[in-house]
Design a protein around this ligand. Sequence first.
Ligand code: PLP
Length: 409
Amino acid sequence: MVNQHFLELQGSYLFSEIAKRRSKYMEQHPDANVISLGIGDVTRGLPQAVIEAMHQAVDDMVNPSSFRGYGPEQGYSFLVDAIITGDYHRRGIELSNDEVFVSDGSKCDVGNIQEIFSQDSIVAVQDPVYPVYVDTNVMAGRAGGFDTALGRYKNIVYLDCSADNDFKPALPTERVDLIYLCYPNNPTGMTLTKDELKVWVDYAIENDCLILFDSAYEAFITEEDVPHSIYEIEGARQVAIEFRSFSKTAGFTGMRCAYTVVPKELRGRASGDNLVSINELWNRRHTTKFNGVSYVTQKGAAAIYTPEGQAQTKELIEYYMANAAMIRDGLQEVGFTVYGGVNAPYIWLKTPNNMSSWDFFDFLLKEANIVGTPGVGFGTCGDGYFRLTSFGSRENTEQAIARIKKLSF
Ligand code: PLP
């Protein structure tokens, strides 16, 4: 017998449908110069400091004296220490090295974390949302089937985000155990201030729930009042797990390296109302099912924290954020309502004339030869919205905006 819950999954329709519509258009218009501002993948090369560190690490692998075989599953101390100093100590957050778990990506971590929680845990997600949170809980049997009329899984609690609440959801009105929050947000590009995030932390403390805080886009924060880590909020160590990735920060989407912070204060309820350490459970899960990120990759990741690495990654991020500003300003100039693009590489726009997300996709492809991502692909609340990314080249971004400015709606 197969895991029946996999059959509850709705087809992963979004990116295949985008590809299908794009190829059909290209077949009919082979000379069209289609620009993609749709995918969430970076396009610039790796920082030089990372490349040099990895070359050196490859040489280390030649000599029996410096060769590395299996390493610690949680990550080499040279990287864990660099993470703690570079990302946390400098913001006044204390962490010990057994609270950081290096991995091959936040996708895996945000997908795997639910394994250590009971099957009857009630899961809350934002809508629109990065689909991995939902789908991994469906696979685990927490969804209770799909309601086609609503376009939602029956047992998942959806926290609606819309223009009415500035894409910042209200607290759940029913009992939930796990709350996935993603800030800076994919797809909306929106953030919470420290006070707004504190409301969630206080709620989790009062209601005995856990926040799974996905901070894959932390490096793109530019505004002062936006927290870089949930642990800047008092009490968060008791209720939050934080996920960070080098993918977008330093061009590691193909290299694969990320980390998850699981504070030792975190407790989960076991049978008989015993409280157990979440850190110990995750450590057990991680060391049993994962054999560590390659030495060469971890050396590359550690180089991000050197002064050269910091300067080079800053330059990379500034490049993308200049694209984001260009998209945001260009769209606003011609009357679009836009969100995001200030503390995140994503620009989330309201479609003109209340077009559906897919109608706007077709319109933009046909009239401007631009591919973006229909907001409805991230959840029912995303309909009528559209996501553009700033990860393209400057030239393509400029051209895309110039084309949009010429459109009439
Ligand atoms: N979390 C969010 C919100 C993302 O958008 C992504 C990637 O697009 C990830 C996690 C996955 O990152 P990684 O490349 O580290 O697996």
